[in-house]
Structures are given as C-alpha cells and as structure tokens.
Design a protein around this ligand. Structure first.
Ligand SMILES: NC(=O)C1=CN([C@@H]2O[C@H](COP(=O)(O)OP(=O)(O)OC[C@H]3O[C@@H](n4cnc5c(N)ncnc54)[C@H](OP(=O)(O)O)[C@@H]3O)[C@@H](O)[C@H]2O)[C@H](O)CC1
Ligand SMILES: [K+]
Length: 459
C-alpha cells in the first residue's frame, strides 16, 4: 500500500528542510519525470500547454529538457506569473524553444496548465482550451493533476498522469478514473519512501491481498469455518453470497430460508450451532422479524457481514456499537441510511460521494466495526484509517456483484481473518478478478466473477 495525501506542500517543504533540497531541484525532477512519460512512446512533436504557476513551470522545464530531442511547442495562454515559471520561461527562451499562439497539432500533449494550485472552476476560455486539447488525436500527459479535476466538469482527459512526489486524493475522486489514465508517481530528488510521511489514508496494492491458503495437508471442513447466509425476499442475492462464500474457502455454508439451492449449500431454518460468520442484508426485504435478525446478528457470538437492507434497520446501531467483528458493506445510498441509523446525521448521496474519504473515516472512528464503502474506488475504513482500492472495472456494475463481495468477506471471517484484513483481501480479490475477466465488459456474471476469484494468485 502507498500513502495518499490531501496536499503535499508540507512534504515538499520537509523535503527541502530535512534533505537540503531546493524547490528548483524538486522541479527539475518533476520535469525529468514528465519527459520520461512523453518519451515513453515514439514521437516527433510535443505540445506543452503551460499555466502561469509552478505547474506551468514544470512544463517549461520539461520543454527545455526535450529541446533537440523532439519538436517542442509551448503554449502559454495566461503568460507566466510565479517566480519559478518566470525563471523556467527565461531558460526555455534562451534555448529558442518555440512558443506558439494557439493549439497546434502534435503527437503528444502535455497539460501543465494548473496543478495543485487550482482552487476555482475554469473560466470559459480555459474550458474551451481543454475541450480543444481533449479533441486532439495525440497522446495526453497530465502534469501532477489533470486540469479541471475536482473543480468542474471539463477536465483534461489524460492517458498518463505524472503526479509529483506522492499520490494525491483528488486523483481518486469517484469521477477521476475516467480522466487520470495511468498514474505514475515522480520521485522529486529523494526516494519516494523518504519523501512520504505516515498517512491515515492508503491506496491498496496487489501485494495487500492475502488469499486463503490451505498449507496444512491434514485438515477437515471444520477448520475453515461455517458461514450462514440469511436469505430473504430476493433469494437469488443470498444464494450468490453463499456460493461466493463457499468458493472463497468457507468449510461449510448454510442458507437460512426457502430456496432451491446448489447441492454444496445447506438449507437451514435456524442458526447452525457451529456457525462462525453470518452474512445478511442482500435481498432481505421483510422476510424475517426484527427479533429473529437480532438473535442471529446481534445476540449470537458470530462475526457479521451487514449488507444492504441491514444497513437501514434499527439493529444497525447495535452492530455499530458491538464489540465483536462486524463488517458493514453499504453502497452510497445504503451508507446514507447507515449514517442516519448510527446517529451520524442525514447526508444525501451527492454529499456522501463528494466526501467519501472523510465520511468513511468519521464513521469508522465511532465504532470497532469495519466499513466497506462500495464505489468506483471501494474504501475500507477502520478506527480512522482508510484504505482505498484503486482496482475494479465497470464490468462489476451489475446486480449480484455486491452479494458476491459480502459472501467473500463472510468466508474470510469464518476462516479466522481479522475483520479489517478480511475486508481488504476480499475487496482486492473482487476488484482484481473483475479486471482479469477476459470476456466483454458487459458480460461478467456473478458466477463468472466467483470463478475469476478462484483463479487469482497472491502477488
Ligand atoms: N511535490 C509537488 O507537488 C511539486 C509540485 N510542483 C508543481 O507545482 C504545482 C503547484 O504550483 P502552484 O504554483 O502552487 O499552482 P498551479 O500552478 O497549479 O496554479 C496556480 C496558478 O494558476 C492560476 N489558477 C489556478 N486556477 C485557475 C483558474 N481556474 N483559472 C485561472 N487561473 C487559475 C493561479 O492564479 P491565481 O489568480 O489564483 O494566482 C496561479 O497563477 C504542482 O501542481 C506541481 O506541478 C513543483 O514542481 C515542485 C514539486
Ligand atoms: K495539469
């Protein structure tokens, strides 16, 4: 995993103070990383669009470094303002870098218009400029942050974003995935691990996935726990969760309710005595009395995965306050209901989506439970720490995907994983299996997803 920051200005400052670097050294490394990204694919010409601040200065320094390597054209729609941009401009001019007055055709376009200094929406001329750049048939490289991201709807559509120093939260907004392209982190003169300081937000990596492994050749089904899935009105949802739990390693899986089950799942009318984890909420509706659910989820000693409808029941508050392992798995609308149920106030989906990290953290600070907040970037939050999953695919945007995830978490809880570790591994496995799916993106079914998870390997 890698730390994620809201801002990195203090890290830049620390880098200069602790390691004796200067802003110019940082910028030279930023520019070198941009050059590397530009030259990653063969090209003849590059257009570098530079803003008035230090994002533009990075672009101007890159123009200087590329001078003579390829045909370089620089567009400065707002001139230069910051001292470093003025300095880099003078250096580029001394090298006779070509300054153009309008967008010109090139094999690659570098967006060095605005970076971390963009605090307000783009005005009409800049919107028009970004639209023109997006329409170019060229490889597109964003310097630090694609211009417009986080401030409005017109955003530079990058194929690659070279982020300076460390990962920044804005690159992981829910709508960012379609504009950031591949994210590359530029080291700014010291190794990344020295530049970074501890953070309460982390971006998960493939290495954080710890799939269950049956190392001991002497084992029996009782060693791998017993999951109970509580079926409901839409019985298919529970069946999918149960199938996923079985495939992800639970020794036994029971289904509470009336349904036609695959042969490896057991039907039950009550909590089986040795149940280790209960998964409930998917397709639940009004099938069970609240007292029945309370007995299964709150009063039993079992670990709990509280999905969908359970997030909007009075017992959600009891689970939130519980000492035992509980993992909530809401999508945004369910998270709004859950926030209200646990007394954290009324928020609408739009507000929740714009403040996912902060609200997930707030939720996790009031409870021992683990939150799996589903989305384009699913979050796992526990005791103030937030872990963001950068993987996944639109192939998952289907009924049944969430049921599979809940079942997978239940399987890991039953096998003895701590709730946070269960959530992290299941979220990663779910997302990586979807990414690895080789069929058309529209064709992923829950069953194929379960099969995909079965084929994953630890990194
Ligand atoms: N570790 C690092 O992150 C490093 C980053 N570097 C680069 O520096 C930029 C940040 O530079 P900064 O000068 O602070 O900010 P920007 O260049 O992004 O933007 C500020 C200028 O842009 C103007 N601006 C901002 N938004 C708009 C807008 N919507 N419309 C018009 N103009 C806008 C702003 O104007 P003001 O009127 O507000 O002053 C400024 O002129 C960072 O992103 C990196 O690329 C360094 O390389 C060092 C390491
Ligand atoms: K930019």
């Amino acid at each position: 995993m890698h730390p994620l920051y809201k801002q990195v200005e203090t890290l830049d400052k620390r880098c200069c103070e602790v390691f004796g670097l200067s802003e110019e050294i940082l910028m030279e490394h930023a520019a070198l990383a941009l050059c590397k990204a530009v030259l990653e694919k063969p090209l003849i010409s590059v257009l570098i669009v530079c803003g008035p601040g230090n994002n533009g200065a990075d672009g101007l320094a890159c123009a200087r470094l590329l001078c003579g390597v390829c045909e370089v054209k620089v567009l400065l729609p707002l001139g230069v303002k910051s001292p470093l941009a003025t300095l880099q401009y003078a250096r580029a001019i001394a090298l006779h870098v070509k300054i153009v007055k309008a967008v010109e055709k090139a094999d690659a376009v570098v967006d060095a218009l605005f970076g971390s200094g963009q605090t307000r929406p783009l005005e009409a001329p800049m919107v028009a400029l970004i639209e023109t750049l997006n329409a170019q048939d060229a490889r597109k490289i964003a310097c630090d942050i694609p211009t417009g991201l986080g401030t409005g709807t017109t955003v530079f559509q990058a194929d690659v974003t070279v982020v300076m120093g460390a990962l920044k939260e804005v690159l992981f907004l829910e709508n960012a995935k379609s504009v950031v392209g591949k994210i590359e982190v530029a080291e700014l003169g010291v190794p990344r691990c020295m530049y970074e300081v501890p953070s309460q937000t982390q971006v998960l990596s493939v290495q954080d996935m710890r799939l269950p492994h049956r190392a001991n050749p002497v084992s029996h089904k009782g060693d791998f726990g017993h999951v109970l899935v509580v079926g409901g009105e839409k019985e298919g949802a529970g069946i999918l969760a149960a199938m996923a739990a079985f495939s992800f390693g639970a020794g036994l899986v029971s289904y509470l309710g009336e349904a036609f089950l695959p042969p490896h799942l057991m039907k039950t009318a009550s909590l089986p005595p040795k149940t280790t984890a209960v998964v409930a909420g998917m397709g639940l509706g009004n099938t069970h009395k609240e007292t029945t659910l309370k007995a299964l989820l709150v009063e039993s000693a079992c670990a709990v995965v509280a999905d969908a409808d359970v997030c909007d029941m009075p017992l959600a508050q009891m689970l939130y306050a519980h000492e035992k392992p509980v993992v909530f798995t809401p999508h945004p609308k369910e998270f709004c209901a859950l926030m209200k149920r646990v007394g954290l106030g009324e928020v609408d989906v739009e507000t929740v989506q714009a403040n996912r990290l902060a609200l997930a953290r707030q939720f996790s600070l009031g409870s021992k439970s683990v939150l799996v907040f589903k989305g384009v970037h699913t979050l796992v939050a526990h005791k103030g720490e937030v872990y963001l999953c950068p993987f996944g695919s639109p192939a998952l945007s289907k009924g049944g995907s969430g049921d599979v995830l809940a079942g997978m978490i239940g399987a890991l809880l039953a096998q003895g994983y701590a709730p946070k570790e269960a959530a992290i591994t299941a979220v990663l496995a779910h997302a990586l299996a979807a990414e690895a799916y080789e069929g058309n993106t529209y064709a992923l079914t829950p069953e194929r997803l379960i099969e995909g998870v079965a084929c994953l390997k630890n990194a």
